[in-house]
Design a protein around this ligand. Structure first.
Ligand code: TYD
Length: 203
């Protein structure tokens, strides 16, 4: 049996990416997973890294995200792909580049090097970015002041959005950008059209 396909959904708060990621996983009988926090160790790391009441430096924040990812890759993503099952992950390495790099200002070259260490050769076959203008996101989202990222200011979220678009640009065909302001059905239709072009039968 061949290796499964690895799909990743990225985007900001209220972009609708989690809904689409779960839908695609179900449709394609793929394993759904997410970052941070989809392993027993990850649950502990997530608790610390999202807790707005625990101050930490941007580099510490990045390293906790990378620790979660490294463990997630080795214990969930790689073994599942190796079994021949596809994996859909809600967030992956670009979240760290966008949030800790573009958002918090951690050095991007150093973050990329640390990402290599965390993920090794485990690269997505396709990353889908659900892009959403900040004013639409603000209208849609329910704000949780206990969450370190939801509590961050709008400039931070604007940098994250711009970061995602720059990353998408740099990866060319390995990324697919969808306009998250469209209806859920329209976003789903665009995603499904792009997914139909992937080599599922070899997976
Ligand atoms: P979560 O509650 O899972 O929300 P979302 O639906 O937005 O994914 O929160 C995850 C938060 O962690 C989200 O605000 C983005 C942030 N994050 C980073 O800052 N860096 C990372 O590497 C990852 C994976 C997530």
């Amino acid at each position: 049996m061949g290796r499964g396909l690895f799909l990743v959904f990225e985007g900001g708060d209220a972009s609708g990416k989690s809904t689409q990621a779960r839908r695609v996983a179900e449709l394609r009988d793929a394993h759904f997973t997410f970052e941070p926090g989809d392993t027993p160790l990850g649950v502990e790391l997530r608790r610390w890294v999202l807790d707005a009441a625990t101050p930490m430096s941007p580099v510490t924040e990045a390293l906790l995200m990378l620790a979660d990812r490294s463990h997630h890759v080795r214990t969930v993503i790689e073994p599942t792909l190796a079994e021949g099952r596809s994996v859909v992950s809600d967030r992956y390495f670009a979240s760290t580049l966008a949030y800790q790099g573009y958002g918090r200002g951690v050095d991007l070259a150093q973050l990329r090097a640390a990402t290599e260490l965390a993920i090794g050769s485990c690269r997505p076959d396709l990353t889908i970015l659900i892009d959403l203008a900040l004013d639409v996101a603000v209208e849609r989202r329910t704000f949780d002041a206990q969450d370190r990222f939801e509590a961050a200011d709008l400039d931070f979220h604007q940098r994250v959005r711009e970061g995602y678009l720059a990353i998408a640009d740099s990866f060319g065909d390995a990324w697919f950008v969808v306009d998250g302001a469209k209806s859920e059905e329209e976003v789903a239709a665009q995603i499904d059209k792009r997914l139909a072009a992937l080599p599922w039968s070899h997976a």
